[in-house]
Design a protein around this ligand. Structure first.
Ligand code: ADP
Ligand code: ADP
Length: 229
C-alpha cells in the first residue's frame, strides 16, 4: 500500500521557467526510490507536489492509482510522513514534540517510539535549554538528536509513505551514519522517497534517479550508476 506514480509531470513556479520537464517514475509500494542531483535541480519540488503544496501543470501524480488532486488534504497528510533536513521543535518536552499532531497517542506509545529512535532516556527534557520551567532540566539538542525526535514522530504516525528530504545532510559523518541506520529501520517496508545530494548516501535504494535540469539524466541501482561512470 502507498505506491507512488509520477506520469509525465511538468511543473513551473513561474510560467517562463520550467522546473520539472516531463518527469516519470514509480515508487512501488514498500520500495525506496532516491532522487539525487545538484542543488536547484527540482528535488524538493517533487515532495512539494506529492504533498500538493502545488499542483502539476501537466501530467499526473497518483497514490495507489488515485490522482492526488482527488484526495483530501487530510488523507494526504495522514498518508505521508516527512523527515526534513532540519527539524524545528517546539519549546516543550521531547515527549510533547513527539506527540505533536497525534494528541490521542498514549504515553506508552510515545515512549515506545522514543525508544526505537533512541531518545528514550531524555523524553521529559526540554529541547532548547529552556531553563525557567520548574522541575525540568534544560537540554540543548544536537542536530542528530533533533532528527531522532523527527524519526520518533514518524514512528508514532506510521504513515504508508515516507519522504526523507536531505534528512541527514546537515549532520557530521558519524552522526549521519547513526541517523541513517535509524532511518533504515523506519523506511523498511514503507514506500519511501529519499531526496539526497550525494549518491553515497543512498546506496540501499531500490532505484536511484539522477535529476538534472528538470529531467531524468540517469537511473538505476547504486551499482548500475557506479558502473556507468
Ligand atoms: P532542489 O531541491 O533540487 O535543490 P528545488 O526543488 O528546491 O531544488 O528548487 C528547484 C528550483 O525551483 C530552484 O531554482 C529554486 O530556486 C526554484 N524554486 C523553489 N521554490 C520556489 C518558489 N516557491 N518560487 C519560485 N521558484 C522556486
Ligand atoms: P500530521 O499531524 O499528520 O503530522 P502535520 O500538519 O503536522 O500533520 O504535517 C503533516 C505532514 O506534513 C508531516 O509529516 C510533516 O512533517 C509534513 N510537513 C509539515 N509542514 C511541512 C512543510 N512545510 N514541508 C514539507 N512537509 C511538511
Amino acid at each position: 500500500q502507498g505506491s507512488i506514480s509520477f506520469k509525465d509531470v511538468h511543473f513551473a513556479y513561474d510560467e517562463d521557467r520550467p522546473i520539472l520537464k516531463g518527469l516519470s517514475f514509480d515508487v512501488p509500494a514498500g520500495k525506496t526510490v532516491a532522487i539525487v542531483g545538484p542543488s536547484g535541480a527540482g528535488k524538493s519540488t517533487i515532495s512539494r507536489l506529492l504533498y500538493r503544496f502545488y499542483d502539476v501543470q501537466e501530467g499526473a501524480i497518483t497514490i495507489d492509482g488515485q490522482d492526488v488532486r482527488e484526495v483530501t488534504q487530510q488523507s494526504l497528510r495522514c498518508a505521508i510522513g516527512m523527515v526534513p533536513q532540519d527539524t524545528v521543535l517546539f519549546n516543550d518536552t521531547i515527549a510533547y514534540n513527539i506527540r505533536y499532531g497525534r494528541p490521542s497517542a498514549t504515553d506508552e506509545e510515545v515512549s515506545a517510539a522514543a525508544e526505537v529512535a533512541q531518545i528514550g532516556t531524555f523524553i521529559r527534557a526540554l529541547p532548547h535549554g529552556f531553563d525557567t520551567m520548574v522541575g525540568e532540566r534544560g537540554l540543548k539538542l544536537s542536530g542528530g538528536e533533533k532528527q531522532r525526535v523527527a524519526i520518533a514522530r514518524t514512528i508514532l504516525k506510521a504513515p504508508p509513505i515516507l519522504i526523507l528530504d536531505e534528512a541527514t545532510s546537515a549532520l557530521d559523518t558519524t552522526t549521519e551514519q547513526e541517523i541513517q541506520s535509524a532511518l533504515d529501520i523506519v523506511s523498511k517496508n514503507r514506500t519511501t522517497l529519499v531526496i539526497a545530494h550525494r549518491l553515497s548516501t543512498v546506496i540501499g535504494a531500490d532505484e536511484i534517479i539522477v535529476l538534472r535540469d528538470g529531467k531524468i539524466a540517469e537511473r538505476g541501482t547504486h551499482a548500475d550508476l557506479l558502473a556507468a561512470d
